[in-house]
Design a binder for this molecule. Structure first.
Ligand code: AMP
Length: 212
């Protein structure tokens, strides 16, 4: 079962992927998370990706696919996986085809620009354990401190207003054409995300249950 999550940042793809991972035991592979891990550890890949990620620009395709290929070759991906953040461009989708990675379904997460800016703008991340909070939707009990580990909360560079705008422009220009690309292949389903997480999750599981 190979699933692609499409949609701009701030549409809750990560939240739904985590719930699906619990239900179907297939991993969520977020290229953004993989890059952030590598940057934190300052691996050679992390050093290559850092300047792009911090500016909200796309990392070159050879670096990105190399990282993804290694990740999906691991045993936990045998039953399938959810790609969250890959492909981001039509050439990246072509790379999947060339490598005979056959996608079963593409879920396109949709929200208005206003909602996306609200959701992304208020995000805070724990420097210690990576937990994510939101000023309005998921506020921490103590301002600036993680509920779970008491670590310091900070705003990631790519969650600052200017960078959020760059990420959205990149999305519209380079990733949105994938909607038509996968529509033509009859793989795409739109998922509206301006409603409760439980409702979104129910709709998605009705779609995916057919495959499991
Ligand atoms: P995300 O958390 O998915 O928004 O990704 C954070 C950042 O990682 C992006 O702004 C890019 O710099 C980089 N990135 C993630 N996925 C890709 C990809 N498929 N291709 C190129 N760069 C990526």
């Amino acid at each position: 079962m190979k699933i692609i999550f499409l949609g701009p940042p701030g549409t809750g793809k990560g939240t739904i992927a985590t719930l699906l991972n619990e239900k179907y035991s297939i991993p969520q592979i977020s290229t953004g998370d993989l890059f952030r891990e590598n940057i934190k550890k300052q691996t050679s890949l992390g050093k290559k990706a850092q300047e792009y990620v911090n500016k909200g620009e796309l990392v070159p395709d050879d670096v990105t696919f190399g990282m993804l290929k290694e990740r999906i070759s691991r045993t936990d991906c045998k039953k399938g996986f959810i790609l969250d953040g890959y492909p981001r461009t039509i050439p990246q989708a072509d790379i999947l085809e060339k490598n005979k990675i056959k996608i079963d379904i593409v879920l396109n997460f949709v929200a208005s620009e206003k909602i996306i800016l609200q959701r992304l703008g208020g995000r805070w991340t724990c420097r210690n354990c990576g937990a994510i909070y939101h000023e309005i939707n998921i506020p921490p009990k103590v301002k600036g401190r993680c509920d779970k580990c008491k670590g310091e909360l900070y705003q990631r560079d790519d969650q600052k207003p200017d960078i959020i705008k760059t990420r959205l422009v990149e999305y519209r220009k380079k990733t949105e054409p994938l909607i038509d690309y996968y529509k033509k292949k009859k793989l795409l389903t739109d998922i509206s995300t301006e409603r409760k997480v439980e409702e979104i999750f129910d709709e998605v599981t009705v779609l995916l249950d057919k495959f499991f």
